[in-house]
Design a protein around this ligand. Structure first.
Ligand SMILES: *[C@@H]1O[C@H](CO)[C@@H](O)[C@H](O)[C@H]1NC(C)=O
Ligand SMILES: *[C@@H]1O[C@H](CO)[C@@H](O)[C@H](O)[C@H]1NC(C)=O
Ligand SMILES: *[C@@H]1O[C@H](CO)[C@@H](O)[C@H](O)[C@H]1NC(C)=O
Ligand SMILES: *[C@@H]1O[C@H](CO)[C@@H](O)[C@H](O)[C@H]1NC(C)=O
Ligand SMILES: *[C@@H]1O[C@H](CO)[C@@H](O)[C@H](O)[C@H]1NC(C)=O
Ligand SMILES: *[C@@H]1O[C@H](CO)[C@@H](O)[C@H](O)[C@H]1NC(C)=O
Ligand SMILES: *[C@@H]1O[C@H](CO)[C@@H](O)[C@H](O)[C@H]1NC(C)=O
Ligand SMILES: *[C@@H]1O[C@H](CO)[C@@H](O)[C@H](O)[C@H]1NC(C)=O
Ligand SMILES: *[C@@H]1O[C@H](CO)[C@@H](O)[C@H](O)[C@H]1NC(C)=O
Ligand SMILES: *[C@@H]1O[C@H](CO)[C@@H](O)[C@H](O)[C@H]1NC(C)=O
Ligand SMILES: *[C@@H]1O[C@H](CO)[C@@H](O)[C@H](O)[C@H]1NC(C)=O
Ligand SMILES: *[C@@H]1O[C@H](CO)[C@@H](O)[C@H](O)[C@H]1NC(C)=O
Length: 734
């Protein structure tokens, strides 16, 4: 029990300290009961006095006023124990000698006659006959004024200059004095002190100079009411583009209704609302607009302190976003303004938390992107205080991929060129490559176009010796943008010459060939000794023939022709051939016996330091024997020859399929002599004839001739005879 009491007390204390009290002085004279009923209906209660407020109140009085104190509030309560609002009476400020506590010996009638009171109290306890317009209350001497901070204080300050000053001072204190009536010629202080009689159940009036005086309750006096200043809380919920729901706090006491005022730059709404239904659906609002709302509770035709709320409607969604410009790191967005109003726009790059920005125009350039990256941009309208934001509209876009770098030709053949390059900074999904062949300085013909992911490319099936251009652009997966174009040139190697032909003489080789297909600039012709591979001469020509004079005879030469185009070379084309051979020189028999002959000779004129193949041949006519040998030396030993035979030796130079003319020499091997004896018989009819020396000589001559025919032969140019085989004919008499 004690505890509950304690809690209640605490609550009261808090309310007392938080609440800001407002005082209302009513000048229309009423009985104490009437005054209290009016205060309860239109305010909280009659005033209760404390040391704090009495001084403030007293300074503004010019007559006596009923206050919320009487001897006994209700039956059974302790006299003088509490104020009409229930506060305990902890403080007293009586006029000297008051109240009169005991019955006087000579009771005095009341000064005021109850019957004088012509206007009965109405339902609300007010004495006013009509409350439709407080300003036109007919009781001219007791016109009821109440001042709140909403009303004009100017008239008041002219009458009681202190009040306004006091008001501003009081705003910081726990109580607040809002106003006082004036201009009445009611009772004045002098009259109050006049009644000096005992009153059985007195009601208490505050004299104009601040002391308390007990009076007969039916006396007609102005009175003071008070009320705690009202602080309500209006709220806006369910804010949409065009609607919002307004709700507010119930006002204190007997509220007759509420006046709702909604304002914006293009919208005014004022409406009166029943006290039961404390919500209202606002409609027909403009999107993204600020509205200021005031809700005034109305009590006895009096506006209480309004409940204020200000809100923004939701901004409308942006219909679409256009990507107007895309570069490698920047993307430019624009969009139409949404319907209604908005403070600014927010742009968020999705998954890039540090990439967001605000703008007040209908466009923005988002910077700092990665080339070739995929970005989603979300744009929404926002209101100034960011209390509510519009729905987002999004658009995705790739930034432009970077430009490939280091594009160059790396290797080439006569019909293909390899190109390679480096991936650009950022992302790329692949490349589109295009091959062009430069026909001459100006025109180019497109050969291939291809999309690929690798960073190298081999252009194939190209003409030889041609300028090949490759262009590469980096791509993004959807192909919406592509990178800057990079291009590089490569060359195919030129084609080799065809029909390479060597036409030799003994000391010259004439070289001819057919021009290659495709482009070329010059030919490099190299002449080499085939035997040692040693270069003899190297010429550059742009003709299709060349002649190499002053060569050695009978020597194999190798001619290589390479087509040149810029610094590119074709495959070499080579042919080997011999110059026509010349015969060797100075064939000599160095040595011989009956079976061996050693033949020596010299290389042909002008030939040196090369290996030459010689063909050596002997022939023995007598024996009809011939043999040919090949040698690279300049001497040859013939073995196993027949004795006493005349051999003819020939030496030729062999050059490929060609052979030189021979040089000749001959030699008769040493004979191994054997004697054959022939006997000849002479028979003649003339006996002396056989003895005749002449005849014998003739016979011998014929015999000599006969042998010569068999064993010798005539040397062609002269008529001398050469023995093919050794023989001698000798004569001996039998
Ligand atoms: C308030 O006082 C001013 C100055 O005297 C006057 O112009 C104005 O009309 C008054 N307003 C009301 C509502 O009485
Ligand atoms: C109040 O009474 C005095 C004389 O008693 C008079 O001069 C004055 O005009 C009256 N004032 C009002 C507002 O009636
Ligand atoms: C004040 O009292 C005197 C006599 O006591 C009376 O004549 C006068 O009318 C009273 N004044 C008021 C305003 O009641
Ligand atoms: C108060 O009453 C006395 C006499 O009763 C009168 O002389 C005086 O003018 C009155 N004062 C006011 C302010 O009405
Ligand atoms: C707000 O809207 C929700 C659903 O849209 C509804 O359930 C709720 O009652 C509304 N609140 C008010 C105060 O209108
Ligand atoms: C707004 O209110 C109007 C009429 O009051 C209604 O037709 C409309 O559907 C409401 N819109 C929303 C989003 O609640
Ligand atoms: C709304 O009312 C205010 C004054 O009450 C006025 O100045 C304003 O022009 C009004 N606006 C519209 C849109 O009616
Ligand atoms: C508020 O008033 C409207 C009409 O005035 C009514 O339709 C609605 O039901 C009321 N709402 C509440 C909560 O009383
Ligand atoms: C909304 O505005 C339109 C045109 O201004 C008007 O016709 C309509 O009655 C309004 N609706 C409400 C609920 O105020
Ligand atoms: C912007 O986008 C809209 C819708 O996608 C399109 O109709 C319009 O033509 C675009 N405008 C420009 C300038 O690209
Ligand atoms: C982007 O907008 C489309 C409609 O325009 C929506 O369906 C989609 O969910 C949005 N995406 C994101 C990630 O917000
Ligand atoms: C080809 O280009 C080179 C250098 O660009 C120039 O010197 C030459 O005259 C051009 N030839 C033709 C046929 O245009």
């Amino acid at each position: 029990m004690d505890r509950i009491q304690h809690l209640i007390l605490w609550a009261v204390l808090v309310e007392c300290c938080v609440a800001e009290r407002q005082y209302f002085l009513h000048s229309n004279s009423s009985t104490w009961e009437q005054a209290r009923l009016h205060c309860q209906a239109c305010y909280k209660e009659m005033v209760s006095l404390t040391p704090d407020n009495i001084q403030q109140l007293a300074q503004n009085l010019n007559s006596s006023y009923w206050i919320g104190l009487r001897k006994t509030l209700n039956n059974g309560s302790f006299p003088w124990s509490s104020w009409s609002n229930g506060d305990p009476v902890t403080f007293q400020n009586w006029y000297p000698g008051r109240p009169i506590l005991s019955k006087p010996k000579d009771p005095v009638n009341n000064i005021f006659n109850y019957n004088n009171y012509s206007i009965p109290p109405n339902d609300c306890g007010c004495c006013c006959p009509s409350q439709s317009n407080p300003a036109s209350v007919p009781l001219t001497s007791t016109t009821d004024y109440s001042f709140t901070e909403n009303e004009n204080m100017t008239a008041l300050s002219t009458m009681t200059p202190d009040v306004t000053t006091m008001t501003s001072v009081m705003t910081s204190g726990p109580t607040f004095f809002t106003g006082v009536t004036g201009g009445t010629n009611g009772t004045n202080g002098t009259n109050e002190t006049a009644t000096d009689v005992y009153i059985e159940e007195p009601c208490i009036a505050l004299l104009s100079f601040g002391l308390w005086f007990d009076k007969i309750c039916s006396e007609l006096l102005p009175y003071i009411c008070y009320e705690d200043r009202f602080y309500g809380n209006a709220k806006i919920t369910n804010k949409t583009l065009h609607n919002a729901t307004l709700s507010w706090t119930r006002g204190p006491g007997d509220i007759s209704g509420y006046r709702v005022e909604v304002k914006s730059t293009d919208y005014n709404l004022t409406l009166n609302h029943s006290s039961l239904n404390r919500t209202y659906d606002l409609s027909n609002l403009t999107a993204g607009t600020q509205y200021r709302v005031q809700v005034f509770p109305i009590k006895c035709w009096r506006d209480l302190n309004p409940q204020n709320v200000s809100f923004y409607t939701k901004p409308d969604v942006i219909k679409y976003i256009n990507i107007t410009n895309v570069s490698e790191t920047n993307i430019f967005l624009s969009w139409p303004a949404p319907e209604g109003n908005r403070g600014f726009y927010s742009i968020q790059v999705r998954d890039q938390p540090n990439l967001n920005m605000n703008t007040r125009t209908e466009s923005a350039e988002v910077k700092g992107l990665i080339p070739g990256g995929l970005y989603m941009f979300e744009v929404n309208a926002n209101v100034e205080d960011m209390s509510i934001e519009g729905d987002q509209t999004n658009i995705t876009s790739y930034s432009k991929p970077g430009k490939v770098s280091n594009l160059k030709a790396s290797a080439s053949t006569k019909d293909s060129v390899d190109f390679q390059w480096k991936q650009p900074a950022g992302n790329t999904s692949g490349y589109r490559v295009e091959v062009w062949v430069e026909e001459n300085n100006k025109t180019r013909s497109n050969i291939t176009q291809k999309t690929q992911t690798g960073t190298n490319f081999t252009a194939k099936n190209l003409p030889s010796g041609a300028k090949i251009w490759l262009s590469v652009v980096a791509l993004v997966p959807d192909g919406s943008v592509e990178g800057e174009l990079s291009a590089a040139m490569g060359l195919t190697t030129p084609d080799k010459v065809r029909n390479l032909l060597l036409v030799p003489t003994a000391d010259t080789i004439n070289v001819t060939w057919t021009l290659p297909q495709g482009n070329f600039e010059t030919f490099s012709v190299q002449l080499k000794l085939n035997f040692s591979n040693k270069e003899v001469e190297n010429s550059i020509t742009n003709a299709s023939h060349i002649s190499f004079p002053k060569l050695m005879a009978g020597v194999a030469y190798n001619v290589t022709v390479t087509t040149l185009n810029g610094n590119l070379k074709s495959e070499p084309e080579s042919v080997t051939n011999f110059t026509l051979p010349l015969p060797p020189k100075s064939a000599k028999i160095n040595f011989f016996n009956n079976s061996h002959v050693n033949l020596t000779w010299q290389a042909p004129t002008g030939v040196q330091d090369v290996q030459i193949t010689y063909l050596v041949k002997y022939s023995a006519e007598f024996w009809n024997d011939t043999e040919i040998h090949e040698t690279t030396n300049t001497s040859y030993m013939f073995l196993k020859l027949k004795a006493g035979t005349n051999y003819i030796f020939e030496v030729r130079v062999k050059a490929g399929t060609q052979e030189s003319d021979p040089i000749q020499t001959s030699q008769t091997t040493n004979a191994t002599v054997r004697v054959q004896t022939m006997t000849m018989e002479c028979a003649s009819s003339k006996p002396s004839f056989c003895e005749d020396i002449g005849a014998r000589t003739e016979v011998l001559k014929q015999l000599q001739e006969r042998f010569s025919k068999t064993f010798s032969s005539k040397v062609q140019d002269n008529s001398s005879w050469v023995n093919n085989v050794f023989w001698e004919l000798a004569w001996r008499e039998a």
